[in-house]
Design a protein around this ligand. Sequence first.
Ligand code: TXA
Ligand code: MG
Length: 342
Amino acid sequence: MTTQLLTTTEQDLNIAAAIIRSGGLVAIPTETVYGLGANGLDPAAVKKIFEAKGRPQDNPLILHIHHKRQLYDFCRELPETALRLADTFWPGPLTMILPVRDCVPKVTTAGLDTVGVRCPANDATREIIRLAGVPIAAPSANSSGKPSTTTAEHVLHDMNGKIDAIVDGGPCRVGVESTIVDLTGPRPRLLRPGGIGPEALEAVLGPLVIDRAVTGEIAADAVVRAPGMKYKHYAPAAEVLIVEGSRQAAAAWVRAHFQPGDAVLCFREELPLYEDLNPTAYGAEADPASLSAGLFAALRKLDDGSVTRIFARCPTGGGVNVATRNRLRKSAGFHIVNANEA
Ligand code: TXA
Ligand code: MG
């Protein structure tokens, strides 16, 4: 299969929508990461997503809609909290888990009686969904287990020859996947931190239950509410080790352990401390949005086969840093040292 590269002209968006309607696979830009999209109501099309990604079949997909009114088409019940969240954060990086209607096939929801729904903040992609006339089921457009894709080049690297087309919408602004909140239980539960910080959600919802998948390591056989959270994730070929602690202590620790083939992934402010070690900055610590936007691209850049170990600096605090920290910890397999105590 030849993978067609499309732009965001009206003509190309029509081509993308036609491919979706006819059961093909199109990578779509969103504000979070690129998605690997298919008609979410067509079981045969959705199966192709799992094949192209090498994704386990028990991992459900998010259904992308172009307007919040489509919630009524695919969700059986809509708690008042769902409408409030949609009004506040959509279009935007928020996925809500809600009771699913029978029109959504089992392969999309991995057999669950719930569905994840999101209205992305990307005009081109919302237009494709509108033109296609069907919701688009889409996981992140990376090979399963690898860092998510935040540019069309990343998608081409992982998916060339496996999908029909890629719509190039430029680099993703947020850079980490959407926040997932489960509204099917007695209290709203945060399943995955993302572009919308927990504080912003709590300002609308009141106190959130934070699922242990957000902070801790999960055994592969554990029963988890977001099935995707249990798999190895965001991992480059190199081993990732997070070095926590003050700037000076971390730099001293890295210098004491650095060997040929190792790499440093740090904040822009720290580049001078690692000058002679060819460091990579993924963003500025003073600008959390730059860290989330740059993380996956930096992990991919260091995934060229020549790097054996990555010493990574990880942000503290709330907001989108919660998501950046969650992704970096997962890519490190929760392998963390505290240089202040070392
Ligand atoms: O920002 C995003 O959410 C991106 C873009 C493309 O929209 N999509 C994305 O999809 O990150 P994916 O498949 O890589 O991650 C979706 C996560 C998985 O961990 C999956 O298990 C969980 O959402 N999920 C999907 N449906 C669910 C459901 N009904 N109940 C619980 N978790 C669900
Ligand atoms: Mg993913």
